[in-house]
Design a protein around this ligand. Structure first.
Ligand code: NAD
Length: 387
């Protein structure tokens, strides 16, 4: 291609010059382009494609009006596009009555644990959200599915593997959807980590380390063995689940050790658990969870060519994501902060509306329950256990 020095004072002179230097085909094409009218509105195609309107918000019944339901889940409906609260289930009628008034839920849509099954006849309810102590998840999930409703259940899915399997069976038999509230699967930064790890942005992943700790004061459902409390199911599960979405595999062998200590709070459940998990391909995870420390909620994934870290990683808000690439550049990723509960509820509502599978089904809760069972067995045996 020749170098053209002369300035072009018009499009026409540019085309003439191009023709003179022998760019015949380009000149022909540009002459044709010259005939195209660029801007008049009457020449522009009319595109009336509008975003799909939200036809119907699904009605959600909230079961168990404790701290999480009152402080996070119910307020999250203000951010929801596809979900609204339409019923409450509680053992405390006064509390339920006040909350119902506040959220514009009719008093006739308040239930207790005995008449819960009458939800079957409540046409305002599409989905039941179980926010009860862990030991009650299986019973109320199964009753909810049998009442003909889809069920979204808080983590941990249940107190043991057998209950998880019964919940999955009830979902299959009733044909109603079962989702587990793993909110971080609907949160942009954790989703970015999942994507980067899957794309091998850090080479082959070799190590995962994670801490999820907090101070739990009595009384609290987390301190009760009967209610299936304890740090592994309550907060350790976040590290177990994150290890899966970073490493992309299931552990084959685990080892755990725990302290109860002298603190009376921990006479039924351990105060701290330290645990390791072995994965195929020489991948190791080392994790800790505690009910007797300040808040610590972070994980780091180390690969052959870089690492990614979130600190905090498991909190409701204020998450931070960093990564280091093969050139050893440290990057802080800036992504939108969303309401985790609005995000997970809207996704589940859309699964129901579009009849698609949830990203966090009962099967995921069952996998975590199997790992927790192996970790508990290891605490008792003092040896590594297979999953
Ligand atoms: P909470 O103790 O504040 O609430 C539990 C509710 O269950 C209360 O309303 C209580 O009245 C009711 N309840 C019914 N029967 C009970 C019984 N026999 N004993 C005690 N309470 C009984 O607990 P929470 O912190 O709201 O946790 C509820 C569930 O939510 C748990 O499964 C927990 O693991 C889960 N959770 C999840 C997240 C998350 O980020 N996804 C965060 C916190 C809690």
């Amino acid at each position: 291609m020749s170098t053209i020095n002369a300035p072009f004072n018009s499009r026409r002179s540019f085309l003439q010059t191009m023709a003179a230097v022998g760019v015949g085909t380009a000149a022909t094409r540009l002459t044709a382009q010259e005939k195209i009218i660029l801007a008049p509105p009457e020449e522009q195609a009319v595109d009336l494609t509008l975003p799909e309107p939200v036809k119907r918000k699904l009605g959600w019944a909230i079961v168990g009006l404790g701290k999480l339901a009152i402080e996070e889940i119910l307020p999250a409906f203000a951010e929801s596009k596809y979900s609204k609260p339409t019923a409450l289930v509680s053992g405390h009628p006064d509390k339920a009555g006040k909350i119902a008034d506040y959220y514009g839920i009719g008093q006739e849509h308040i239930y207790n644990y005995d008449n819960y099954d009458k939800l079957a006849n409540d046409e305002t309810v599409d989905v039941i959200y179980i926010v009860l102590p862990n030991s009650m998840h299986a019973e109320f999930t199964i009753r909810g599915l049998k009442a003909g409703k889809h069920v979204f259940c808080e983590k941990p899915m249940a107190g043991n593997v057998d209950e998880c399997e019964q919940m999955i069976k009830a979902s299959q038999e009733t044909g109603k959807k079962l989702g587990i509230a793993y909110r971080l699967h609907y949160e942009p930064m954790n989703m970015k980590v999942m994507q980067l790890c899957k794309e091998k942005a850090f080479g082959d992943i070799k190590l995962f380390s994670s801490s999820n700790c907090q101070d739990v004061k009595a009384p609290n459902i987390r301190l009760s063995k009967e209610l299936d409390g304890g740090p592994l199911g309550d907060i350790g599960i976040y590290s177990i689940n994150a290890a899966r979405y970073c490493i992309g595999q299931e552990p084959t062998e685990v080892f755990a050790t725990a302290y109860h200590g002298d603190d009376v709070r921990f006479r039924e459940v351990p105060q701290s658990v330290a645990y390791t998990m072995k994965y195929p391909g020489d991948v190791l995870a080392s994790c800790e969870c505690s009910f007797s420390t300040t808040e610590s909620r972070r994980f780091r994934v180390v690969g052959t060519e870089g690492f990614v870290e979130m600190d905090p990683s498991f909190s409701y808000r204020g998450l931070k994501l960093f990564s280091q690439n093969a050139e050893k550049q440290l990057i802080q990723h800036s992504l939108p902060q969303v309401d985790h509960f609005a995000s997970e509820m809207d996704d589940f509502s859309q699964c129901v509306l579009q009849n698609r599978e949830t990203k966090t089904p009962g099967e995921m809760g069952l996998l975590d329950a199997k790992i927790i069972a192996a970790l508990q067995k290891s605490i008792e045996s003092g040896r590594a256990e297979t999953v």
